[in-house]
Design a protein around this ligand. Sequence first.
Ligand SMILES: NC(=O)c1ccc[n+]([C@@H]2O[C@H](COP(=O)([O-])OP(=O)(O)OC[C@H]3O[C@@H](n4cnc5c(N)ncnc54)[C@H](O)[C@@H]3O)[C@@H](O)[C@H]2O)c1
Length: 357
Amino acid sequence: MKKLNVAIIGQGRSGKDIHGAYFVSKRNVYFNVKYVVDLDDYRRKISLKRYPGCEVFKDYRELFKKKDIDVVINASYSDLHYAISKELIMHGLNVVVEKPLAKSTKECQELIDLAKKKKVFINAFQQTFYAPYYDDVIRIMKHDKIGKILEVSIRYNSLSRRWDWQTLQKRVGGNAYNTGPHPIGIALGVLDFDPKLKLVYSKMVHTLMSAGDYDDYCKLIISAPNRPVVDIEINNTDAFNNYNLRMIGTRGTYQTNIMNYDIKYINPNENVKRVPIGTFIEDKDKNPCFCSEKLITHEEHGTYNGNAIDVGTALFYKDLYLALTKKQKMRVTPEIAMKVIQIIEQAHKDNPIKRRF
Ligand SMILES: NC(=O)c1ccc[n+]([C@@H]2O[C@H](COP(=O)([O-])OP(=O)(O)OC[C@H]3O[C@@H](n4cnc5c(N)ncnc54)[C@H](O)[C@@H]3O)[C@@H](O)[C@H]2O)c1
């Protein structure tokens, strides 16, 4: 199998520790890191060792002179995603952009249209769609295991502070733009990408707990007619959160912290049929009492074989390889990434936070 040549822009937590970590791993049989771009001297220097045979540049425009690049990974700061991706597309290069795809729906649409016009590939890196737990959530929903799903709660919460560029609105930072694409993407999936889905409620606040001027409290409620309500929180002031995703169905509950999961449910017809009693209830000694019974329930517990970063990244890149070499449609599309941005854009519009920087 012929490996494709990759150029990575940015060698930070994403470019080095997610994309780079995959490229240097045994899982990678598809791509060869040919060029690395970073503004930082040290990050360029260590890249020479990390990706044997690669060439490094300070300016991504050096890539425009190269004729052997199959795809560029744009893992630069979020406020640069649109402008850099646009230039790459203009120069006929295929692009994978880290999330967020861009700041606005308008920018996303522009990139998608331009890529079509220039006959090049564009997509967003939203690897959560390939995480084992995401597959399981969709499977449980489809197989009716806990009944019809009424509600999905997604929590990316902790009691923690930040002070990096992701705390700045001018850098397109903040919980919605930064972490949001993961849970919002999952929300779109559990709502089966229903064209009628919309942001029903949002609340975004800069709590002053963190530095910067970003939404360190972000609450989003998304739904569509006859679909579950999806309740998302990305909150830096929640000290007691113990799950990442919880689904409440008509017969039970599923919960996961991304790696481990628990399910508890009842099967129809296994328990005594109950009919409503229109007067008081009494116990066997004729004392007033509350409804009480021993339900027959079923429980399952397990651990997933990987997460969005390891397995998710590897599956994204396999999907990307097939898209680039065989023109196959990927599980994640730029249109899905644009829908994510539409929701974030709306939430920001509804909750303006004063810019301080
Ligand atoms: N998909 C995920 O799970 C995930 C995780 C982390 C970050 N990200 C995304 O990745 C992007 C980068 O975030 P990060 O955490 O890696 O940031 P970072 O601060 O750790 O690193 C950013 C790197 O990009 C380099 N850079 C920035 N602008 C550049 C330019 N114009 N030319 C060359 N190099 C440039 C910087 O020098 C730095 O080394 C962000 O958009 C972020 O949202 C995604």
